[in-house]
Design a protein around this ligand. Structure first.
Ligand SMILES: [Zn+2]
Length: 400
């Protein structure tokens, strides 16, 4: 089993410069090989990544003489892995033709020369041509290191270390089926009654961010003070991302650990972004990112995720009798069923509905949940669904 850890690095100034130089070298190699490939395509000559790498190696010490100080793994991996992937995705029709990488593009390079080539001892990683670099934490799983990618986010460098490990995941069988309702008021509410708070990271730093951006607009572009402020702003953005990520990681890990199957709703993000009042709160919560994280952690733990139909009114359905209450208003925090008198917190009610969707889901149905409906819904409520579907989703996001 392959596991990837992203660990923050603590390089000294010289090492940080070397990281940036290696990222630059990887970009140059990628762009050079891509240009070579493009010319080949125009002339009806197909050049494989092996051929492209050989042609790059033949000229690199003459054209880019500074690259002698670099680890040649950076250029080889840029062509063998990154360019090769981009070309095969284009070939299969999945992506468009690969683009040239810009200097302002996300900085990263792959440092290893294959399985087992990089050693980690305690909190130190041994990188070719750079030497021992301190890490902020040790590897979480033991095993053979297969891949190491160095990248920069905000002001900080990271190593993404892929390890081949034999650690088995705990068996999810015997645990309950859990429905998860996501929103702005609470990041997530589970049918088990767990509430996860939304950190509202952007909202917390919004005023500070605005003030800094105003100050930046008054500085001379490219001046020393302009760069200082620019760094300050990127650090603040980084902090906002970290706060959001921490909340997402804690919640998703806790949910996946306690479930054998998970029911979620499918979010109509494009529809919701049309509401400008909600757009900011929505992007602050980054709910699609949250659900994406939940999906990949569930997959790694062999927990199945069942997505409810896009038009399934999870907030407006009574979790006790299945009646759909289309009169539920934006401000109603409690669900009161007019048919059976059931009373419950609205988020918990929605989470239980999503659990019911996951319970009613059988192996023969589409894994994406195309035809998933809870059993107790009558024909009448099904007809009502479409008209109230979008307003149901909007409702969810207006409760900030
Ligand atoms: Zn009811």
């Amino acid at each position: 089993m392959l596991k990837t850890h992203k660990i923050a690095l603590d390089p000294n100034n010289k090492q940080a410069t070397q990281f940036a130089q290696h990222c630059g070298y990887a970009r140059v190699a990628y762009n050079h090989a891509l240009a070579d490939f493009k010319t080949g395509v125009d002339e009806n000559v197909w050049r494989s990544h092996i051929e492209l790498c050989r042609r790059f190696n033949a000229i690199k010490y003459d054209t880019y003489d500074w690259c002698q100080a670099m680890s040649q793994n950076a250029s080889k991996n840029a062509i063998y892995t990154n360019l090769n992937d981009a070309v095969s995705r284009w070939k299969s029709g999945q992506n468009r033709f690969p683009k040239f990488k810009k200097r302002s593009h996300r900085k990263s390079y792959q440092a290893d020369s294959g399985r087992g080539s990089i050693k980690v001892v305690g909190k130190r990683i041994q990188l070719p041509k750079i030497g021992e670099v301190r890490m902020f934490e040790t590897l979480r799983y033991p095993g053979i290191i297969c891949k190491v990618v160095i990248s920069k986010q905000g002001h900080r460098w990271f190593a993404s270390v892929t390890v081949e490990t034999s650690v088995d995941e705990p068996d999810p069988r015997g645990k309950p089926v859990v429905g998860v309702d996501v929103g702005i008021k609470h990041l997530a509410v589970t049918s088990e009654g767990q509430y996860f708070e939304n950190p509202k990271a952007l909202r917390r730093y919004e005023r500070k961010l605005k003030r800094l951006q105003r100050q930046l607009s008054r500085k001379v572009k490219g001046s020393r003070n302009w760069y200082k402020l620019k760094n300050k702003i990127s650090k603040l953005h980084y902090r906002i991302v970290c706060i959001r990520n921490e909340a997402h990681h804690k919640a998703t890990t806790a949910i996946v650990k306690g479930a054998s199957r998970i029911g979620i709703e499918s979010l109509n993000v494009a529809g919701m972004l049309k509401n400008h009042k909600l757009a900011k709160a929505l992007s602050d919560a980054s709910l699609s990112g949250f659900l994406e994280m939940l999906r990949y952690k569930a997959e790694a733990a062999a927990v199945k995720v069942v997505e409810a139909d896009r038009f399934y009114p999870s907030s407006k359905t009574c979790s006790a009798c299945g009646v759909v209450d289309s009169d539920l208003s934006l401000s109603d925090r409690t669900y009161n069923c007019s048919a059976c008198g059931h009373t419950q917190d609205r988020d918990l009610n929605a989470a239980i509905n999503l659990r019911n969707v996951a319970v009613g889901h059988t192996e023969t149905q589409n894994a994406c949940g195309d035809s998933v409906r809870p059993q107790q819904l009558g024909h009448e409520s099904l007809r009502q669904e479409d008209s109230i579907a979008i307003s149901d989703q909007l409702l969810l996001f207006s409760l900030s």
